[in-house]
Design a protein around this ligand. Structure first.
Ligand code: NAD
Length: 489
């Protein structure tokens, strides 16, 4: 059966792909977050032994992949992009069923993954170094970007196509081979994507090991044959990955959580701000690292803003992620739902006013992991709903009496991933973008919405302060070699 012919019938199975061979026995059932009784498929769980085999396979494939040359690798990535594009709808629907992202958003994400593959395919024809003057006139001194070797990729479930691809496309384009450990609850989509890519790339260039983070992810980060580890996920797991990578001298890169603010100044375009805030907070049911979770409003617009946000949330369609009309789907797992509901339950006792939601979805949604779109008002900056990553469809509105206070609140969290400001005043916007402590600052735009050709990453506990995507990815996936050549005397 070809990958594109895989039906969505609950019998999809996912295995490891190591050196082009599939292995493991799929025995762990994946249940859909839209209905906990609905089986999506079966997944094989790996161990450190499979990680060893995958690193060995990636090492063996490395020499051939490097020697192929950058332009030929680029051509291969163009063909890989075509393979993913040909299965875009099947991949989007499987991922949507498996982790609950509404299928319209998932289709957009797969299209982005295809665009990212094409973007890095183009790097096959870009310069890889520069000529630098040497002390002796007869010496040619230059730099050259060289691949780091075998790269380990550890990815989360919330962008099951785009995040893996924005790591593996540059890794492969620059001549590395890959071992990929996807998130447990995005294993079926990962397997489908890895099969599509592997058929084009050839055996061992991209290897997939499925399994649990503390087992497979930990073994991959600590493996001495892995030269670099790129991780996206929670801050706690990222710190464990960093410690393991440091332990054997591997390069590492971490992109982690966020608690992203939107500042709404008195002169903002109200309807534009509301649409952007709702999209930033509610798309993917708030499960984006860049989701808008705090709205900091100045007094001249605050009341109108809360009223308009409430009205817009009331009109959102919450429901089946496989229905194209759904705006808010379920959370990805029972664990995510419980985490979000537990945090939301602290809002009112901590003095906030619950304007809407705050509870699990009922009625026809009761068998899925749904949380009602939630709006809190008068949230105090020090409370858990203003400080902790909720990763659910929730907006906390905080009051600020003036811009300096709004900025202090915005920056007063341990994260620094993304931030927005809504204003018509260009001078205020220019001042605020300099004073917000975040890796991504957007004016009159939602906090989410990363562009793949621009550097992406955070500050503080959101990141290891390196950058992914765009040409910034080259820093991580290559080492700079300085070469000096002098003719023999
Ligand atoms: P998670 O940390 O639970 O898991 C992420 C990945 O790490 C998974 O593949 C998991 O199996 C693995 N893992 C877990 N423990 C590990 C360990 N001890 N050693 C090695 N690997 C381990 O995160 P998640 O729940 O999948 O994703 C949600 C989190 O990811 C949120 O905090 C979100 O903000 C963050 N995120 C960040 C970005 C970003 O670019 N900054 C993007 C998306 C998601």
């Amino acid at each position: 059966m070809t990958t594109s012919a895989m039906p969505l019938d609950g019998d999809t199975t996912a295995r490891h792909i190591i050196g082009g061979e599939e292995g493991g026995s799929p025995s762990t059932a994946v249940m859909s977050p839209r209905n906990r009784h609905e089986r999506v498929g079966l997944v094989a769980w790996g161990t450190a032994g499979e990680v060893d085999q995958a690193v060995a396979a990636a090492t063996r494939a490395g020499a051939g992949w490097r020697q192929m040359g950058a332009m030929a690798r680029g051509d291969t990535l163009y063909r890989a992009a075509d393979a993913v594009a040909a299965d875009a709808d099947g991949l989007a629907r499987l991922a949507s069923w498996e982790m609950g992202k509404p299928v319209g958003e998932m289709r957009g994400e797969v299209a982005r993954a295809v665009a990212i593959l094409r973007y890095y395919a183009g790097d096959g024809a870009r310069a890889v170094g520069e000529v630098i003057p040497a002390a002796r006139a007869d010496t040619l001194q230059y730099t050259r970007r060289v691949p780091v070797g075998v790269v380990g990729l550890i990815t989360p479930w919330n962008f099951p196509a785009a995040i893996p691809v924005w790591k593996m496309a540059p890794a492969l384009a620059y001549g590395n081979t890959v071992v990929w450990k996807p998130a447990e609850i995005a294993s079926l989509a990962a397997y489908r994507l890895a099969r599509l890519l592997g058929a084009v790339l050839g055996p061992g260039v991209l290897n997939l090991v499925l399994g649990e983070g503390p087992v497979v992810g930990a073994a991959l980060s600590a493996h001495p044959g892995v030269a670099a580890v790129s991780f996206t996920g929670s801050t706690g797991a990222g710190q464990a990955v960093a410690a393991a990578a440091l332990g054997h001298g591997a390069k590492f890169q971490l992109e982690m959580g966020g608690k992203n603010p939107a500042l709404v100044l008195d002169d903002a375009n109200l309807s534009g701000a509301v649409e952007a805030i709702v999209s930033g907070a509610m798309r993917s049911a708030g499960q984006k690292c860049t989701a808008t979770s705090r709205v900091i409003a100045l007094p001249g617009i605050r009341d109108r803003l809360v009223e308009a946000l409430d009205a817009r949330l009331a009109a959102l369609t919450v429901g089946d992620p496989l229905d194209a009309g759904t705006y808010v789907g379920p959370l990805a797992s029972e664990r995510q739902m419980t985490h979000a509901l537990d945090l939301l339950a602290t809002g009112t006792p901590d003095g906030a006013r619950l304007v809407r939601g705050g509870r699990r979805g009922g009625g026809s949604l009761r068998d899925g992991w749904y949380v009602q779109p939630t709006l809190f008002d008068h949230v105090s900056p020090s409370t858990p709903i203003a400080q902790e990553e909720i990763f659910g469809p929730a907006i906390a509105v905080l009051d600020a009496t003036h811009l300096d206070e709004a900025l202090a609140i915005a920056n007063g969290v341990r994260y620094g991933l993304s931030a927005s400001v809504f204003t018509r005043d260009l001078g205020a916007a220019l001042s605020v973008v300099d004073r917000l402590d975040a890796g991504l600052v957007r004016v009159n735009e939602e906090t989410a919405g990363v562009e793949y050709d621009a550097p992406f990453g955070g500050t503080k506990a959101s990141s290891s302060h390196s950058r992914e995507q765009g040409q910034a990815a080259r820093e991580f996936y290559t080492d700079v070699r300085t070469i000096a050549i002098r003719p023999a005397p």
